[in-house]
Every structure is written in C-alpha cells, then in structure tokens.
Ligand binder design. Structure first.
Ligand code: UDP
Ligand code: MG
Length: 310
C-alpha cells in the first residue's frame, strides 16, 4: 500500500502522553482522507511506555513501532523514525503534544503547494522556565551567527519533509546529530509556519540542561569550525600584544621604572595563557572525539523490535 503521510514521534518515558498522542494524531490524519502511518520510536523507555506502545500497535495497524535496545537520545530516535518511515511526506513531532498535531494540516497544505521542507516556527512558548526560553533563544542566535548553514531561528524538529529530503537525510549517517541543521543544510524549497508551542500534556522534560548543552555542542561542531579558529585568532592577538610589549618594557627598564617587576605579573600571564591553551586543547578534543566516534563506525542505534514488514 502506498502511504502518503508518515508521522514520527520519539518516545522516552511518555506513558501518560501516548494514548492522547495517538488519539489526536488519528483524528487529524483521518481528516485528510489519505493514507498515513504513525512511526513510534521507543527510545529505551523504562516507565512502561513500551508495553503501551505494543498494545496500541496491536490494536491499530497505522502504528509502526520501533523499539530500541536502550536509550540513544532524541535525535537518534527521530533518525530511526526517518529510516523506518515510508510516506511521501514525513512529519517529525514530539510525543508530549507540545507540537500540536493539528498544525500538520497546514504543513501539508504548503507541501502540496510544492514546498519540500515545512518547518514550524515557535512564535510563542507556553509552560517553559525563563531559563529554558533564554538559553534556547541565545542558542538559536549563536548558531545562526557562527555556522554556515541558514538554520531558521526558533524552530525545533517539528517539521514536514518531502521523501526527496528524507532520502538525502538518511544518507547522512553522522553520529552526533543535529537534525534541524541537517534538514536546512540539504537545501530544497523550504518555508516556515508559525505556531504556539504548548506546555507538556504530562510528565517532565527529558531535556535537562546537560542534554541541551550536548545538542548545542553537536550543532556547533557539526556545522562550523569557528571554535577551532578562535584559538588561531587568540594566538595572533596575544603574540601581537607580546611583541608590542617588548619595547615598552625595555623603555620602562631603561628609565628606571619598577612596573612589571616581580612575580605577580609573570604569574598572571602564565596562568592566563595556560588557561587559554587548555581550553583550546579541550575544543580540539571535542572535534577529535567526534572524529574517533565516526572512525569506529558503530551502528547509530540498536533495534530490539522492528516493524514486521520491514
Ligand atoms: N526524547 C527521546 N529520547 C531522549 C529524550 C527525549 O526520545 O533521550 C523524546 C521525548 O519523549 C519527546 C521528545 O523527545 O517526545 C522531546 O523531548 P522533551 O519534550 O523532553 O524536550 P523539550 O520539549 O522539553 O525540549
Ligand atoms: Mg517537550
């Protein structure tokens, strides 16, 4: 059977959201009158979501369950969803219903007009802490400053992608993934639609600061050399300052001044440069670690139960 729409939702401990997600997606997708499937990727849930997912799949043939052997993270779960999806248009959505499934209809309209990526722009966000809003806003602006790809501001992974785009994305097997960057990088005809991001229906965020920080690092290292170049700039600036300082110090000594005598100034200079060097090493380490992960070539994820008809 030919499938028009694939809806992908990653699931990590979302037992209270699953039935509601299923209900709302079903309602919206049935109203299109076209064929659809709901690819639910269980990312190593430990709260019983897996059983709920299995039962839902038994009762409704629209559901395509992919169950991971352990938690691999949100971006990898969505990747698996893309791999297992079969629709002509693929929609990525969060399982906690912060992204309203009703918006899919608007996205589908744009898709039918010929757009190949329709991303949802968070015009408003409800039920988030000021810290999350502030760091998120800073993050989107930083990324657009230092990377070469035009990643639209304030967009998450909630988007519709044409099969053509998904085919290209599925060939990009990098391990440290930043999907919204990748889907901007591929090009094609892209457009945004505004929406109001709701609060979570149930449960807590699965993106603590630690994971957000990781995602931000993946975004920066995945799409820019900027952090590596900072070390170069810094090197030139401090070398330049040092050269300028030589005649100044010679002059001061010759004129009998006591400035720059003693250990304090030496200590400060050594500690400062030592710190800068260690930070630069750490940045280098981030890139080398990623290189090492790529070289190992392990699978991106391990599936315990795949849909039967794959
Ligand atoms: N998620 C996942 N694996 C993880 C963390 C999150 O599959 O390791 C899923 C989660 O179940 C949800 C989506 O990713 O469907 C977005 O997560 P969350 O709502 O916690 O992020 P936030 O909206 O707070 O940024
Ligand atoms: Mg959420």
């Amino acid at each position: 059977m030919k499938i028009t729409y694939s809806i992908i939702a990653p699931i990590y401990n979302e037992k209270d959201n699953l039935p509601e997600l299923h209900r709302r997606v079903t309602e919206v997708m049935n109203s299109t009158g076209e064929t659809w499937e709901l690819v639910l990727v269980d990312d190593g849930s430990t709260d019983g979501s897996t059983d709920i997912l299995r039962n839902l799949a038994k009762a409704d043939s629209h559901i395509r369950p992919v169950i991971f052997a352990r938690n691999f993270g949100h971006q990898v779960a969505v990747t698996a969803g893309l791999d297992y999806s079969r629709g002509d248009a693929v929609v990525v959505i969060d399982a906690d219903l912060q992204d309203p499934p009703e918006l899919i209809l608007e996205m589908a309209k744009k898709w039918k007009e010929g757009y190949e990526v329709v991303y949802a722009v968070r015009a408003e966000r409800e039920g988030e802490s000021w810290f999350k809003l502030w760091t998120a806003s800073l993050f989107y602006r930083l990324i657009s400053r230092i990377t070469d790809v035009n990643i639209p501001l304030d967009t998450g992974d909630f988007r519709l992608m044409d099969r053509k785009v998904v085919r290209v994305m599925n060939q990009m097997r990098e391990r440290h993934r930043f999907l919204r960057g990748m889907s901007a990088w591929v090009g094609f005809k892209q457009i945004g639609v505004d929406y109001k991001r709701a609060a979570r229906v149930a449960g807590e965020t699965k993106y603590p600061f630690r994971k957000m920080f990781r995602l931000a690092l993946n975004a920066i290292t995945g799409f820019s050399y900027f952090p590596l170049q900072v070390a170069t700039y810094f090197g030139f600036v401090s070398a330049g300052l040092a050269i300028l300082a030589i005649p100044v110090v010679v002059y001061l000594r010759a004129s009998g001044s006591q400035a720059f005598f003693g250990q304090a100034s030496t200590l400060i200079a050594v500690l400062f440069l030592g710190g800068v060097q260690l930070i630069s090493l750490g940045i280098l380490g981030e890139y080398i670690g990623r290189l090492y992960d790529e070289a190992k070539g392990r699978p991106l994820y391990i599936v315990r139960e795949a849909p039967e008809d794959q």
